[in-house]
Design a protein around this ligand. Structure first.
Ligand SMILES: NC(=O)c1ccc[n+]([C@@H]2O[C@H](COP(=O)([O-])OP(=O)(O)OC[C@H]3O[C@@H](n4cnc5c(N)ncnc54)[C@H](O)[C@@H]3O)[C@@H](O)[C@H]2O)c1
Length: 363
């Protein structure tokens, strides 16, 4: 196994999260939380935060069941908790039904292939995890009468929104291709939301759909083949940054602690039967400006001159097919539901933390 993914940056992120969330984390005291996709990027931060709370403020520790099939997850993300009494690792593919003997009080269902390059390679696994796998998790949630279940959806369910729907609110119905190369993911997630709402309507299962908009940060795999890891990988390899588009598409990037805080607030809340955008609406940045920003911050971190930015063509012929031109969340609902929450980490600080984490770990 590779070296643990832990770093002083992750430790500091977890300390910030447990401090910021001290009003809601006691809700999980003594509870059992099943987290699927736990060795993935987003879910490992939820695991870290709950275990961080166990070690800092919890009256009674919560217990975490960390499920993963390691399709894209990394065992080393949580390796530093090997042997911990409050964390049970469970190797399982959610495409198969799951029985758990003990009570389960919360479920965070994040298991899915998430990177476009990877889901285009594994479309059937992507559909199966999001449709059959989500159904298994909803059945479990119903049987266990859980207090809350998060179903990880995506901003991709909006497809390529028309300009008048940017920033995109939760009630926008989307402009999505059901036959294109991204459809296995986009439509798989749309069906996951349909299933979740069905369990809410029929069985009162307290589901909450989370729609993340480009979350990044320490531990997002450098070979994940999403745009920010690609740019950062170039910088760490000392190479020019390769732009695989014309540089015009825009995205809004959200640092992992801002996303984690909002997801945990949603899980702890009584809100149910609702989707929630999770992101950062402060900067909508073009891919060209993102490349220049990574170049500048990477050069500073490595003590060298800024990197060149050059255009290149992806080996994947579908790389740009159905690629949304703009993506920026409306966070009006998040702010109304959770007035104590707001994005705190800007893009410059977030990219700096991502790069410094990679340098500290030897990449
Ligand atoms: N990072 C983002 O910006 C973003 C954006 C939108 C949606 N999401 C969603 O959030 C969730 C987590 O994404 P991430 O970025 O952390 O990706 P990730 O690839 O790091 O994590 C996904 C995890 O799920 C596991 N997994 C995949 N299929 C599985 C299966 N059949 N059974 C068990 N485990 C399985 C993988 O091994 C991995 O550990 C996903 O559902 C993803 O679709 C993420």
């Amino acid at each position: 196994m590779a070296a643990p993914q832990y770093s002083s940056i992750v430790a500091d992120d977890v300390a910030r999260l447990t401090r910021d969330l001290e009003d809601v984390l006691p809700r999980f005291d003594g509870a059992t939380v099943l987290i699927t996709g736990a060795s993935g990027f987003l879910m490992s931060y939820i695991v870290e935060t709950l275990l961080g709370w166990n070690r800092s403020g919890a009256a009674r520790p919560c217990r975490i069941i960390a499920l993963d099939n390691f399709k894209t997850g990394l065992p080393e993300r949580l390796a530093h908790y090997e042997g911990a009494s409050d964390l049970q690792f469970l190797k399982h593919d959610i495409v198969e039904p799951l029985t758990i003997a003990e009570p389960v009080h919360y479920i965070v269902h994040g298991a899915s292939i998430a990177s476009p390059m990877v889901y285009r390679q594994f479309p059937i696994e992507t559909i199966d995890a999001n449709v059959g796998g989500t159904r298994h998790m909803l059945d479990l949630a119903r049987n266990k009468q859980v207090r809350g279940v998060i179903v990880m959806s995506t901003s991709e369910i909006y497809g390529d929104p028309f300009p008048e729907f940017i920033p995109t609110p939760e009630d926008y119905r989307g402009n999505v291709s059901c036959t294109g190369p991204r459809a296995c993911y986009d439509e798989g997630k749309r069906m996951a939301e349909t299933l979740a709402m069905t369990w809410f309507r029929l069985f009162d299962t307290p589901i909450k759909m989370i729609r993340p908009f480009n979350v990044y940060g320490p531990g997002l795999r450098l070979n994940d083949q999403r745009v920010l890891p690609d740019f950062v990988s170039c910088v760490l390899a000392g190479k020019p940054i390769e732009l695989l588009s014309d540089g015009k598409p825009t995205r809004s990037f959200c640092y992992i602690t801002d996303a984690t805080a909002l997801m945990i607030r949603m899980l702890a809340s009584n809100v149910a039967g609702e989707p929630l955008n999770v992101g950062n609406d402060e900067v909508e940045i073009s891919m060209l400006d993102l490349a220049r920003t990574v170049s500048r911050i990477g050069a500073r971190a490595l003590g060298r001159a800024p990197f060149d930015v050059k255009h290149a063509v992806s080996d994947d012929k579908d790389y740009l097919v159905d690629n949304p031109q703009r993506r920026c969340p409306s966070l009006a609902k998040a702010r109304a539901l959770f007035p104590g929450w707001a994005p705190k980490v800007g893009i410059e600080e977030g990219i700096d933390r991502y790069i410094r984490h990679a340098i500290e770990r030897g990449r």
